[in-house]
Design a protein around this ligand. Structure first.
Ligand code: SAH
Ligand code: SF4
Ligand code: F3S
Length: 458
């Protein structure tokens, strides 16, 4: 009888990748994934600590799992409940104290040890804890990744962060910056492509700070890694996320102009448009430096679509500071973006700053910012109507005969066509832009629109 494994993933793409790798670790032990915690032998919550709301979600989920575990035990069975990810790292033992339903707490750098930790959790009472930052990387111990059946896959190349933005928990939950060696990454990418993957998104908390050991004994930067991966036969598209403006070097900018597999879409968070706030956040660049950087990248790749992250209501943020953020957004123009109310995180420097901003003010600023960003996103999507874009078909749509893929700019595109289109690049003429997706029809050969700066056509 296979054992049932339920994994719920919160937070960023790195957690999605990690959940896949946890499954790889547990498959040889006879675990098969299931989509409900009810009746599962092992429940893993792979958690996120970035904002208070994200962290609190875990405890409500544990509240729902408690009666399921009790019922399972009442029927003579056993259920192991594990908390993994960034809340596990940040709160450790505190989780077991607050939620005794938890048997096992495992941090992001030690989940390769899950088999022994689960065995211990079966033997011992009171909860098992492993939140080490071991010297040896988990990547040296993980089994080969298994095919998860998708056309698009994530691949972690870098982990951790040394930037210490004053609002952020990541340097504490993920540890110091670490880059995987080039050979290991290339082997994993080739394996994914062999399993049918056509698009790989390289992941790192600070991915453009990548500096992994190359086969020539030197450290390679992200651009060199990308150029090398682009040579893999059958790999149609490459993306990377998330980047820091400070680490956007000339070689990486040049790669956007001359590596055709590298998609013209870049997530480059700026957080704020005010120099004073940027300094208080320890972002280590000014708003104008960011503007100039964007100009330079768009010079290399004129049709580049930009995405970003913003925080409103950082301690000390005034109306004038916030107006600077709106001005920056107007100058830069985003195709999509994420924006958040500042959330004070325990242990981070900004959390104890005197001038915390009222929630009502945060709510107001967030609404204004989201209205502007939403309008920019709508304009960006509308500008693609009438264009013919290469779409990588990823899955079947909800309606029969419908398929869904992604444009180079990461927009979801619906089109009519057979299942056999899965994993292929189809030239699609966009006919309609909806709120969160585009609709299009397959175009005749050679109909592709030459890449145009969509920003200017908007
Ligand atoms: N490594 C990435 C982002 C990591 S977290 C980077 O450097 O950009 C993703 C986003 O969450 C951040 O870009 C930021 O906008 C937001 N975020 C992080 N900490 C936050 C906090 N304490 N409150 C609100 N938003 C936060
Ligand atoms: Fe957090 Fe800043 Fe590091 Fe991004 S660069 S993970 S926001 S500390
Ligand atoms: Fe969240 Fe950890 Fe990712 S805090 S955003 S899951 S790195």
């Amino acid at each position: 009888m296979p054992k049932k494994l339920f994994i719920k993933t919160y937070g960023c793409q790195m957690n999605v990748y990690d959940s896949g790798r946890m499954t790889d670790v547990l498959t040889p032990l006879g675990y098969q994934t299931t989509d409900s915690p009810d009746g599962a032998d092992l429940v893993i919550l792979n958690t996120c600590h970035i904002r208070e709301k994200a962290a609190e979600k875990v405890y409500s989920e544990l509240g729902r799992i408690k009666p399921l575990k009790a019922r399972c035990q009442g029927e003579g069975g056993s259920m192991i409940v594990a908390v993994a990810g960034c809340v596990a790292q940040a709160e450790g033992e505190e989780i077991i104290r607050r939620a005794p339903v938890v048997d096992l707490v495992v941090g992001p750098q030690t989940y390769h040890r899950l088999p022994e930790l689960i065995a211990r959790a079966h033997r011992e009472t009171g909860g098992v804890l492993d939140t080490d930052f071991p010297v040896e990387s988990k990547f040296d111990h993980l089994p080969q990744p298994q095919a998860h059946g998708g056309v698009s896959a994530f691949l972690s190349v870098q982990e951790g962060c040394d930037k210490f933005c004053t609002f952020c928990v990541v340097p504490y939950t993920r540890g110091a910056e670490f880059s995987r060696p080039v050979d290991q990454i290339v082997a994993e990418a080739k394996r994914l492509v062999g399993d049918g993957v056509r698009e790989i998104t390289l992941l790192g908390q600070n991915v453009n700070a990548y500096h992994g050991a190359g086969p020539d004994g030197r450290d390679w930067g992200l651009a060199r890694l990308i150029r090398n991966l682009a040579e893999i036969d059958g790999l149609a598209r490459l993306r990377y996320t998330t980047s820091h403006p400070r680490d956007m070097d000339d070689d990486l900018i040049a790669a956007h102009g001359d590596v055709p597999q590298l998609m013209p879409y870049l997530h480059l968070p700026v957080q704020s448009g005010s120099d004073g706030i940027l300094e208080a956040m320890n972002r280590r660049h000014s708003a104008d430096e960011y503007r100039r950087l964007i100009e330079k990248i768009r010079l290399a790749r004129p049709d580049l679509a930009l995405s970003g992250d913003f925080i409103v209501g950082f301690p000390g943020e005034t109306d004038a500071d916030f107006a600077e953020t709106l001005r920056l957004v107007n100058d830069v123009t985003y195709a999509s973006a994420f924006s958040f109310k500042y959330s004070a995180r325990p242990g981070t420097p900004a959390a104890s700053a005197g001038a915390q901003v009222d929630d009502a003010v945060k709510v107001e600023r967030l609404a204004a910012l989201q209205q502007l960003l939403g309008a920019q996103q709508d304009a960006f999507n509308a500008a693609t109507v009438g264009q013919t874009l290469p779409v990588l078909v990823e899955r079947a749509g909800r309606k029969p005969g419908q398929m869904v893929g992604r444009s180079p700019y990461l927009q979801a595109v619906h089109l009519d066509g057979p299942d056999t289109l899965m994993g292929t690049l189809v030239d699609v003429t966009v006919t309609e832009a909806l709120a969160n997706s585009l609709t299009g029809v397959a175009a005749p050969p050679d109909a592709l629109t030459a890449p145009v700066p969509l920003r200017e056509s908007a």
